[in-house]
Design a protein around this ligand. Structure first.
Ligand code: ATP
Length: 288
């Protein structure tokens, strides 16, 4: 099905996902992100940001073809989304040493040129633009470069195809300030000029007040807030993004601290999870 004019780039409808049979991370999760958005995805460590991005990238199967739709295709089932380059995901970094847990092994003594020019079907003008933007030396030997230099090559390769939706899982963490700011500016232009949509999970808020258009906050797999940045009351009161997000996360911690260690979660009579096979203490704790 083709995307209709004006429809959301990302639509998540009643999505459920769990890593194991007992504890759902997401239950009845809903989210809409419109075209041209630069959406920040924030939340505490372990709140579900990476998992959500991986689900949107079609890397985890969730039930039903309509549960997670990107550009009006099923993120998991319609493999053409990724193959066509319309959907790009930049997450895990490469490892210098082969086979470290959770990282993509980088095998062989390859140059940056070999890696970048190995990607097929690329517009050479875009490739040159990215090499320049990321200040990549094509002679770099990939097993000898620094973390930030390796990350630049990875980002370059991930952006070679002009995506329509880009999912970023804190990819700027290894970059120096200049590289990070230049890359953010490039992403902004991609949204404004080409109508791309970006979802960016991060803990670093420097320079993002004016960059982002939308803010999504998740806590323990629950969508706690989803706002246009321009409509966020706390920012209108002249507070910066860092202090706003910090206060949200600190209030999570306070609620957690108030819980007696041996308390049993109570569920309200009207809880939608009362009859759910996915009922769990994780979600029950939000219904006190
Ligand atoms: N492969 C896995 N198997 C089982 N549980 C997992 C797996 N990956 C993540 N989890 C759990 O899922 C929850 C969400 O993890 P996730 O990595 O999505 O959080 P996050 O918000 O990205 O955290 P961070 O800010 O630390 O990167 C955590 O409780 C985590 O322990």
């Amino acid at each position: 099905m083709k995307m209709e004019e004006g429809s959301d780039s990302i639509q998540v409808n009643g999505m459920q996902f769990s890593y194991d049979a007992q504890t759902p991370l997401f239950f009845d999760f809903n989210l809409k992100i419109s075209p041209r958005s630069r959406c920040l995805l924030v939340g505490a460590n372990g709140s579900g940001k990476t998992t959500l991005l991986r689900i949107l990238a079609g890397k985890h199967m969730v039930g039903g073809r309509d549960a997670v739709r990107v550009l009006n295709f099923s993120a998991f089932h319609d493999t053409n989304l990724v193959c066509s380059g319309d959907l790009a995901y930049l997450g895990e970094s490469w490892s210098k040493t082969v086979g470290s847990a959770g990282e993509l092994p980088l095998q062989g003594d390859f140059s940056a040129e070999h890696m970048i020019f190995g990607v097929e079907g690329v517009d050479p003008v875009r490739r040159e633009q990215l090499i320049e933007l990321l200040d990549i030396d094509l002679h770099w030997r990939m097993h000898k470069v620094s973390d930030g230099q390796r990350r630049r090559v990875q980002i370059c390769m991930g952006l070679l195809h002009p995506y329509k939706v880009l999912l970023l899982d804190e990819v700027t963490v290894d970059l120096d300030v200049v590289a990070r700011m230049d890359l953010l500016e490039f992403f902004k232009q991609e949204c404004e000029q080409r109508g791309a949509t970006i979802v960016y999970a991060t803990h670093i808020f420097d320079g993002l007040e004016t960059w982002a258009t939308d803010l999504v906050y998740v806590q323990d797999g629950l969508l706690k807030k989803s706002h246009k940045l321009s409509e966020l009351k706390e920012l209108k009161d002249n507070r910066n993004l860092l202090s706003v997000v910090e206060s949200w996360l600190r209030s999570e911690t306070k609620i957690e601290k108030k819980k007696p260690l041996n308390s049993t979660p109570q569920v309200k009579k009207s809880s939608p999870f009362d009859n759910s096979p996915f009922r769990s203490s994780r979600h029950m704790s939000h219904y006190r």
